[in-house]
Design a protein around this ligand. Structure first.
Ligand code: 6GU
Length: 271
């Protein structure tokens, strides 16, 4: 996979892409990530990339010329058409379904804006997918581009040391086979369940104990407990994730029964 990030602050993005899992994925050749300064494409003698809005108003607007030439220039290198993504608070809210869709692409070109926004013809002329990372305003799209790249790259097979850890984590723990990206009936939030509680040593910390069931080595019971906890937590914290998911409602009911069974057998053991 190749990801090009167009920004006015490549020096902000680059170190993030060099650390930890992303850095490792790059080094092992799973992904090529290149950060580019949009100014490099400006035809203006002063490398201008923004200008005042027609009709007046505050702030500056990202100009067409550098952005068009940057996107088209990069796209003409290599294997051709890329998925173009504009990071903007007006975009579709990012979720795990979209992340999975992007992770399946060969090539992404991300454009992070600054200032008051993009000249509208960047939208109409380049037809990018527009993505927001949430309902709050950032001063630029760089942080959003970093979020998106992180979420995408960790899904590339081999990017995580332990392949298992993608399976159980929040938004991926699922009873059914994952649905096709964008398939009809998909809930708008993307994935389904929050992660179950995790513990590590020591067994007792300041009087707080690790649940007994995790220490017993009965992997069937541990699975059932984790599933029930994940469902309970999702129902408590993010009922919206399950409300849209009929399968989730049914599996919650089932897990409550399993959980009751687990607690009963536990009680039997203890007494
Ligand atoms: Cl993608 N850009 C900016 N500037 N603000 C945001 C955002 C993006 N997503 C949420 N807030």
């Amino acid at each position: 996979m190749r990801i090009d990030v167009l920004t006015l602050f490549p020096e902000v993005c680059e170190p993030f892409f060099s650390a930890s899992i992303l850095g490792r994925a790059r080094q092992s050749g799973l992904v090529t990530i290149a950060c580019h300064n949009i100014r490099g494409w400006s035809a203006d003698p002063h490398h201008k990339v923004d200008d005042r809005p027609f009709g007046g108003g505050p702030g500056m607007v990202m100009m067409c010329q550098p952005v068009f030439e940057a996107v088209e220039g990069l796209e003409s290198q290599g294997e051709g058409a890329a998925t173009r993504v504009l990071l903007t608070p007006q975009g579709e809210r990012l979720n795990q379904r979209i992340v999975e869709e992007f992770a399946a692409r060969k090539r992404l070109i991300l454009v992070a804006g600054h200032y008051e926004g993009f000249d509208e013809r960047i939208r109409s002329g380049l037809s990018p997918r527009e993505i927001s990372i949430g309902d709050y305003v950032l001063s630029g799209g760089e942080a959003a581009a970093m979020v998106l790249v992180d979420a995408v790259v960790r899904l590339i097979p081999g990017a995580l040391g332990d392949e298992e850890s993608v399976q159980d984590e929040s938004f991926r723990m699922t009873d059914a086979a994952p649905r096709e990206a964008g398939a009809a009936g998909e809930d708008e939030s993307g994935r389904r369940l929050l992660e179950y509680p995790q513990y590590t040593r020591p067994r007792v910390f300041r009087g707080m104990e690790v649940p007994e069931i995790l220490l017993g080595g009965d992997h069937g019971k541990i699975r059932a407990w984790r599933r029930a906890e994940a469902l309970k937590r999702t129902a408590q914290r993010r009922p919206d994730l399950q409300a849209a998911d009929q399968n989730g409602v049914e599996s919650y009911r089932q897990a409550r029964q399993d959980e009751a069974g687990v607690e009963n057998s536990h009680a039997e053991q203890d007494h």
